[in-house]
Every structure is written in C-alpha cells, then in structure tokens.
Write a protein that binds this ligand. Structure first.
Ligand SMILES: Nc1ncnc2c1ncn2[C@@H]1O[C@H](COP(=O)(O)OP(=O)(O)OP(=O)(O)O)[C@@H](O)[C@H]1O
Ligand SMILES: Cc1ncsc1CCO
Ligand SMILES: [Mg+2]
Length: 269
C-alpha cells in the first residue's frame, strides 16, 4: 500500500500526483452497489483509471474482498441477502486489510438499511461518504432526508460526522454544494461542482466508488479529498460541453478520463 506521502491540506498539484499514482496502479475496486447505478459506477471507475468488479454475492464477495485493492459498499437498493453479504464482506475486508467505503444511501427511517448500516459502522469503514441527511442519520440523529436526497445542510452534518470518525478511525465525506471531508481533528472543503450533478442519478454513488479507488493509494482523508476534487472538477469541465442531464452524464465520464494536472491546478477550490 502506498504511504501517506501527502499530508495536511492538499492542493491541485497534490491531487494531480495522487491521480497519477492511481492511474499507474489501476486499483481493482470491488463494488457492492445499488441496481440503479452499477453501469455508471463501473464506467466512472474506468474513466478514472481504476478497474471495477461488481462482485456482490455472499459466496464470492468475501473471497474477493481479500483480492481487491478497495471495496465499496452502497446500500441503495439493499435486500436481506445483500445486507448479509455487505456485513460479511466488510468483515472480510477488515481481516484482509483492504480499505473500504460505506455509502449509506437513504439511511434514516428505513428499517433494513438502517440496521445493516448500524452493523457496518463498528466494522470501521475507511471512509463514510454520503449526503448530509444520510450522515446525520447514520450518526443516530434525525437527519431528515427525502429518499436518496438530502434535506439538511452540510454544516449540520459536521458534528455527527466527527462522532462517526471517533468510532471508525477513518474519514467522513459529506457531499453537497460545498463538500466537507471530516476526520477526528480536521475539516477540509472542496467548493467545486455544479448543481447539474444532482440531475443525474448515481453521481454521488460514483463518487463513493472513486473514493474507494483512492483509498488504495492514500490516507482516508486524502482519498476522500482527491476523489471529490477530481469528480467535481470533471463536472465543471463537463457542464461547459453539456446541453442537459443526458449529455452531462456522458461528458463527465469523458472529462474524468481526460482530466490533467493543468485543470486540477487551475480549478481546485
Ligand atoms: N448544489 C451543488 N452544487 C455543486 N455541486 C453539487 C451540488 N450538489 C451536489 N453536488 C456534487 O454532487 C456530487 C454528489 O453529491 P450529492 O450530495 O448529490 O450526493 P448523493 O445525494 O449521495 O447523490 P446520489 O444518491 O444521487 O448518488 C458531489 O460531488 C457534490 O460535490
Ligand atoms: C434513485 C435511487 N434509489 C435507490 S439508490 C438510487 C440511486 C441514487 O442514490
Ligand atoms: Mg447518495
């Protein structure tokens, strides 16, 4: 595993170095994700320079967690069998030392995903990535939320995120108009992105997968920061070329694939 060569606050050139390292290594990312976004997520990982593998059945997923460089667990369309697979896979990832990301989609008042997510947190996800309502709910508070969408502001999620960090030892990334990456003693922000990102389903889910890819190459907070920066900057490039959500979904993949150090240095906010 690559050491935490980048410390403190990252800038565009640090992100560029991490992206170059990721592309050199092409990390194998196991995804147990929802049925809405599997294709888009796999394509986002390929555009990034990672290798996706949607291995999500109980018999294989626990084995694969020891082979993969990182794992994503996204509870978006959970069912009881998948929930069991998620817990077993997180245990296997922990035992193998494979970093893993939890995306607690729509957690907060839905019994199965709430129960499974509550079991997953003590298994110490490397990064928890969600919108504000999801993070607040995962911390055991009333996060609101409207299905997969947040009704809470990112600021309201900072203390809940910190309490989750204390339990996992990892980082929590809260997405929204300004993304916040929280650790036990630090908060970093990324102010890039475009509201069009909320008009294509699975843009947040893909960010979870991209975050997982970076956990193979960097510390939890650096991984979350770099993932958020590359995805939101790709979105800013894409919005200049898109005429609506459909073309934006295509353009963001093209922009991520072509993303270079000049754009990262110029656009990272
Ligand atoms: N108003 C906004 N302006 C700019 N960027 C945004 C805005 N809202 C969200 N984003 C960006 O969109 C991405 C996904 O964040 P969002 O909070 O929509 O995730 P999510 O709710 O988990 O998405 P989904 O469940 O649809 O996959 C993040 O990279 C975030 O920076
Ligand atoms: C729309 C939707 N429903 C469950 S998961 C998902 C993808 C966006 O989170
Ligand atoms: Mg989400």
């Amino acid at each position: 595993m690559v050491s935490d060569t980048v410390t403190d606050v990252l800038d565009g050139s640090d992100v560029s170095e991490l992206l170059a390292e990721l592309r050199r290594r092409g990390p194998l990312v196991q995804c147990i994700t929802n049925s809405v976004v599997t294709g888009f997520t796999a394509n986002a990982l390929l555009a990034l320079g990672a290798a996706p593998a949607m291995v999500d059945n109980l018999e294989e997923a626990t084995v694969f967690a020891g082979i993969a460089d990182a794992v994503l667990i996204n509870v978006g369309t959970i069912n009881p069998a998948v929930g069991e697979t998620m817990v077993a896979t997180a245990q296997a990832a922990g035992a193998a030392g494979t970093p893993w990301v939890l995306d607690p989609v729509a957690v907060g008042g839905l019994p199965l995903r709430d129960r499974v997510a509550t079991e997953l947190v003590p298994l110490r996800p490397t990064v928890i990535r969600g919108n504000a309502s999801e993070v607040i709910s995962l911390a055991g508070l009333d996060g609101g939320g409207r299905g997969v969408d947040s009704t809470a502001g990112v600021e309201a999620a900072l203390e809940p995120a910190r309490s989750l960090c204390a339990r996992t030892g990892g980082a929590v990334a809260v997405s929204g108009p300004v993304d916040h990456i929280i650790t036990a003693d630090d908060v970093r922000t990324v102010s890039n992105g475009t509201p069009m990102m909320t008009k294509v389903t699975g843009v947040g889910c893909a960010l979870g997968a991209i975050t997982a890819a970076f956990t193979a190459c960097a510390s939890p907070a650096d991984a979350a920061f770099a993932a958020t920066a590359v995805w939101t900057i790709a979105a800013e490039v894409a919005i200049e070329r898109a005429s609506g959500p459909g073309t934006f979904a295509v353009e963001i993949l093209d922009a991520l694939h072509a993303l270079g150090s000049e754009q990262l240095a110029r656009l990272t906010r």
